[in-house]
Every structure is written in C-alpha cells, then in structure tokens.
Design a protein around this ligand. Structure first.
Ligand code: NAI
Length: 413
C-alpha cells in the first residue's frame, strides 16, 4: 500500500506480524504485499501464551474479540509497535496500559455499517408483512394465508434516531424502496437524498410508521425509548433496535406489543446478552406476535469480516510505513504525509511540559533541520512525528531516546 512512502530503515522482511483468531485472509494479502513476516495462530491465546509469543519480538499484533491483551502481555512485547483489533469492540485490550507503553491500538468501527443497514431494511419489510409469524406457522405445519395486517412499505415513513454511519445508510436504502425518511440526531448533519430532519425526537415518534434506533450506548441514550416515548408513537407503529441493548426499555416494548400499541418490533441487541453461543436465552419479548429477534448479528456477514480484515490491515500497514495513528482508539492522532528525501523520527513521550523544546534543542545541537513536525497529545502521552533533512536522524533519535520523558523512539526512514 505504501508504494509512495520511502523504504523503511528497518527492513520490512524483519517485521513480525502475529495474527490470531482466524483474522480474515484479506488481511494476510495486505501484509504479504508489504513483505513482512506473518505468523498465524488460528485461536485466541491465554495471557501467558500471548506474553510468551510477544516476547519473541512481535512488532504488530492482530486479534479479534476473544484474546485479552493485558498489561502483562503488552509489557512482554518489548518490540510491539501496534495492535489491531479485527472487530468493532476494543474492550478486550487494556487500552490504557497500551497507551502508556506507547502502543497504538486500532479497530474497524465502520466495516459492518452496510450489513446492519441491509438487515434493518429487511426487518422493516418482515414486520410489515408479519413474515416472522407466517414463516413460523408454516414450519409448524399451519397454513394461514391472510392479507389483513400485511402492508407494502412504499410510501410509509421510517424515523431514524441517530443519523450517523448506519442511520444515514438506512435512510438511503429506505428511500430507494419508496419510503419517506425522517431522522433525529443530536448533532447537525447533512440529510442524504430527500431524507428530512424531524422536529426533534417527539416529532419523529409522532409521524413515523417505523422507528429505528442507531445511537451509541451513552448515558443520554440509556432507555431513551421507553413507555413514555412509545406512547408518543402512532398506534400500530413498529420499533427496531439494532444499536445497543440499553437504549430500549424491553419490558415497555413487550407491554406495548401485548396491548397492540406497537404493531411489531425487531430487536438484535438486548440489555443482557449471553457471552457466547448457548441455549436458554430469555427476554420479556420472547414468544410475542410479530416480534423478530436476532442474536446480535446486525453486522455479522462474510463481507463485513472481509472488509474488517482489509481495513485494519491497511491501518496497521499505514502506521508501520508512515507512523499515522488517525484511526487509533487510545492514542493521539497524527498523520503527516511522507516527504521525499527526508528522514522521519517518531517519538512517544510522557506528556509533561518542556518535551518539545528538549527535542528541538537536540535537533539544533546536531545541525538538523526540521522539515515538518507534528505533535499531538492526550492527558498522559505526546506523539511526535518529525521529518529531518540531514543524515543526522540516527544521532537525533539516540538523543531523544535518552530523554527521561521518552517512552518509544524510532527512525522510520
Ligand atoms: P455513529 O457514531 O456513526 O452514529 C451514531 C449517531 O448517533 C451519531 O450521529 C450521534 O450524533 C447520534 N447520537 C448520539 N447520541 C444521540 C442521542 N441521544 N439522540 C440522537 N442521536 C444521538 O455510529 P454507527 O456506526 O452508526 O453505529 C450506531 C449504533 O449501532 C452503535 O450503537 C453501534 O454500537 C451499533 N452497532 C450494532 C451492530 C449490530 O451488530 N447490531 C453492528 C455495528 C454497530
């Protein structure tokens, strides 16, 4: 990917990438193109196993959701430069420890956006045709051919709460099948196509035949759709939640379905979800009419897995080749375009006053000339990417690395 970036001073053939948990092959292709060493372990590693592996000199680690990357494992990875979570969540990584050790961690927050949006459209039609119930009846040997209560979605209004990546995709797709689209978001945002901003959440609830939630889990979204909000919806309207389980009061939804206030609901996420595949899931909505329940599969498609593989591998490769951290979840964001003929020094340091002046003093004492310099900080660390014009980069690196405030310092090229 980095044909335009100068060759790294450390030969790429000596960079070791460890990929665990069946990371999608789309990631391998990207690393192979870069000529690095790839070791694949098809399962999650326990803390001790991971620490032992990382201590063998791994530079980049790729995991999915099951490997816990603890402070102990990170500390064992003396050569570890970055971690890629080939999934959406990053709770399995001790992000704070990684930050303090100067190790950026990356994920793929948007690779499954389209998968979720497609399932929403599918479920809007399912609910409108009461497909879940009809299918169950036929499976059970019962033939119930009815038109009553079944509707086309053309001309109906879908209200999208949270008009971010997924919400706006839903808006585009819904419009393509002839639906009217209104949305509500806390931040001002550009409407797609003929999508229209609603008059607040209440306005959206009052005019929508379908309400679909696409907000993050935050204190402001906890139970944002409960009894009071359902009362403001049209009689017989349908509710979809494929965002986070805490956003909806499930007991209130069950009650509204029983009373016929809601005509149906589709839930993919729940306040409490089993940790792994298991039997015995229970929720107040189980068994109710025209309620479609799925086990948090909104983003689970092979296409999303492939996209995640590509996205995270590209992000790690870009970090390896240029030092860019703009996709990192635990690190100051820097993305300085590579400059031909320059030498790039990367430095992570403790965020205390005076570090930049110490570094610039070291450069000027060695007669180096700074061509470009970008420093970003968070409360605990600073990340500096600096391009120099003279062959003093190695000297400068050594000087900076010796600073008591430095955590990680390397020459990229
Ligand atoms: P995003 O960050 O792109 O969009 C979220 C939007 O919600 C933003 O525009 C934000 O301004 C808005 N928002 C935040 N608080 C709000 C409030 N109180 N009222 C109205 N709007 C508010 O997120 P993205 O990628 O669209 O994801 C949306 C949700 O879908 C997240 O909760 C995510 O975890 C979930 N998700 C679920 C998946 C599944 O498998 N079911 C897969 C992927 C994401």
């Amino acid at each position: 990917m980095a044909a335009s970036t100068p060759p790294t001073s450390f030969p790429k053939s000596e960079i070791k990438v460890l990929l665990l948990e069946n990371v999608h092959p789309s990631a391998h292709e990207i690393f192979q193109r870069d000529g690095v060493q790839i070791e694949v372990v098809p399962r999650a590693l326990k803390e001790d196993e991971l620490a032992a592996k990382l201590s063998e000199g791994v530079h980049l680690l790729g995991i999915r959701s099951k490997t816990r990357v603890t402070a102990k494992a990170l500390e064992a990875g003396k050569r570890l430069l970055g971690v890629g979570a080939f999934c959406i969540g990053t709770n399995q990584i001790d992000l704070d420890a990684a930050n303090k050790l100067g190790i950026p961690c990356f994920n793929a927050p948007f690779s499954n956006t389209r998968s979720v949006a497609e399932l929403v459209i599918c479920e809007i039609i399912m609910l409108s045709r009461r497909l879940g119930d009809r299918s169950r009846e036929v499976h059970e040997g019962r033939w119930r051919k009815v038109a009553a209560g079944a509707h086309e979605v053309r001309g109906k209004t879908v209200g999208i709460v949270g008009y971010g990546h997924i919400g706006s995709q839903v808006g585009v797709l819904a419009e393509a099948i002839g639906m009217r689209v209104v949305f509500h978001d806390v931040r001002p945002t550009l409407p797609m196509g003929n999508n229209r901003m609603a008059l607040g959440l209440d306005g959206l609830l009052a005019e929508s035949d379908f309400v679909t939630l696409h907000v993050p889990e935050t204190p402001s979204t906890k139970n944002m759709l409960g009894k009071e909000q359902i009362a403001k919806m049209k009689d017989g309207a349908m509710l979809l939640n494929l965002s986070r389980g805490t956003v909806v009061d499930v007991a209130a939804v069950a009650e509204a379905i029983r009373l016929g206030k809601l005509g149906g609901a589709a839930l993919d996420v729940y306040p409490e979800e089993p940790e792994g595949n298991s039997d015995g899931f229970a929720s107040p909505v189980c068994g109710l009419e025209n309620v479609v329940l799925t086990p948090h599969i909104g983003g689970s498609t092979e296409e999303a897995q492939e996209a995640i593989g590509r996205e995270v591998a590209n992000t790690l490769a870009k970090f390896m080749n240029t030092g860019a951290t703009t996709q990192a979840v635990n690190f100051p964001h820097v993305d300085l375009p590579p400059m031909a003929g320059s030498h790039r020094v990367l430095n992570v340091h403790r965020n205390v006053p005076g570090v930049l002046s110490d570094i610039n003093r070291i450069v000027s004492e060695r007669n180096g000339n700074v061509l470009a310099q970008f420093l970003a900080t968070d409360p605990s660390i600073g990340y500096l990417v600096m391009d120099l014009d003279k062959e003093v980069a190695n000297d400068v690196r050594r000087g900076i690395a010796e600073l008591e405030t430095s955590i990680k310092t390397r020459i990229l090229y």
